[in-house]
Design a protein around this ligand. Structure first.
Ligand code: PSU
Ligand code: MN
Length: 309
């Protein structure tokens, strides 16, 4: 490929929608390749795209295939992300070497947010963000999601941060990094698998128009390009049982340490352990959270597309 001004391949549908200011929702692919078990992952990836469409927006799943950054995937491309075990996990810093070497990989929140923003997409929906891991004081393991979101103008709809993390430490980091956090119809920061993390959130919004009003003021203020987190809790009736969550998470953390699962492997190990040892209950809560976020993402993208430029 010759070097073009934008190193992105936009799906025709995504390009059209952006050109006409129609709503688009970016979706990440690491949740498909590394966050969910096969073969359910492909069905989920397709379902999430269908939910975006049902909400009147165009889905743009992001991934790198054979050294090309794609924004919006075709059917076979989505299947490849879900099925091919050679697909790597790519965070923001991996993008340049992946493009240079012709590698294929799924994009994490950091890489997806970056590529989506470069493509001109303003709304991105996912499950739970990465953050500060427990034991940070010895491992220094903090997801690249946080610093990237501190310098990228995109609205991310999520169920908070993954509860496998040190949630209060992550909230402190979000504050330090200047990343605005809104609670969607809640004054409590969501707990990913759980409706509430038990920690408060400073700002509450109750509908997509209020989110768009905040986005407009971010742009009006100008200056630094930080993200906006719209944290949307999993419905209480679909959350994981708190006692089961706490018990299995403690086991998972011990197992990760025993297995030496560090670096990029830490998060997939912990999520996989929870799915396996809750007999799939954590997976259902995870999926319920993601579905809700994707639906809300389509609503926000629609409200954003309608606001006067
Ligand atoms: N949320 C999920 N499942 C996932 C992830 C988030 O429900 O698999 C992924 C996202 O891609 C996120 C990544 O960016 O985990 C964070 O990984 P790490 O902790 O290695 O930065
Ligand atoms: Mn990490």
């Amino acid at each position: 490929m010759t070097d073009s001004p934008l190193p992105l391949l936009l799906a025709a549908e995504v390009r059209e929608a952006l050109a006409h200011r129609r709503p688009v929702v970016a979706l990440e692919s690491t949740i498909i390749s590394h966050g969910l078990p096969r073969p359910r992952n492909l069905a989920v990836a397709q379902e999430l795209e269908a939910l975006v469409r049902a909400g009147g927006a165009v889905p743009a799943t992001v991934a790198v295939l054979d050294g090309v950054a794609h924004v919006g995937l075709g059917k076979a491309e989505l299947e490849r992300i879900a099925d091919d075990p050679a697909v790597r996990k790519l965070s923001f810093r991996d993008l340049a070497p992946a493009l240079a070497t012709g590698a294929s990989g799924a994009t994490t929140v950091s890489a997806t947010a970056f590529l989506a923003a470069r493509a001109g997409i303003r709304v991105f929906a996912t499950g739970g963000l990465g953050g500060v891991h427990r034991g940070w004081a010895t491992t220094l393991d903090e997801s690249a999601d946080l610093p990237l979101l501190a310098r990228t103008r995109i609205t991310v709809v999520c169920a908070g941060v993954k509860s496998i993390l040190d949630v209060p430490a992550t909230l402190e980091r979000l504050e330090t990094l200047g990343i605005t956090v809104l609670g969607y119809r809640t004054d409590s920061f969501p707990g990913f698998y759980l409706t509430s993390s038990g920690h408060p959130v400073d700002w509450t919004v109750t509908d997509p128009a209020e989110v768009v009003a905040v986005m407009r003021q971010q742009d009006r203020l100008g200056g630094l390009s930080s993200a906006l987190l719209v944290t949307n809790p999993v419905p209480p009736e679909q959350q994981l049982d708190q006692a089961l969550h706490d018990r299995v998470l403690a086991e998972a953390l011990a197992a990760a340490e025993a297995a030496g699962a560090t670096g990029q492997a830490a998060t997939p190990f912990l999520l996989g352990y929870l799915t396996e040892h809750t007999a799939g209950a954590s997976l259902e809560a995870n999926l319920a959270a993601v579905r809700g976020n994707v639906r809300l993402g389509a609503e926000i993208a629609t409200a954003w597309a309608e606001h006067p430029a």
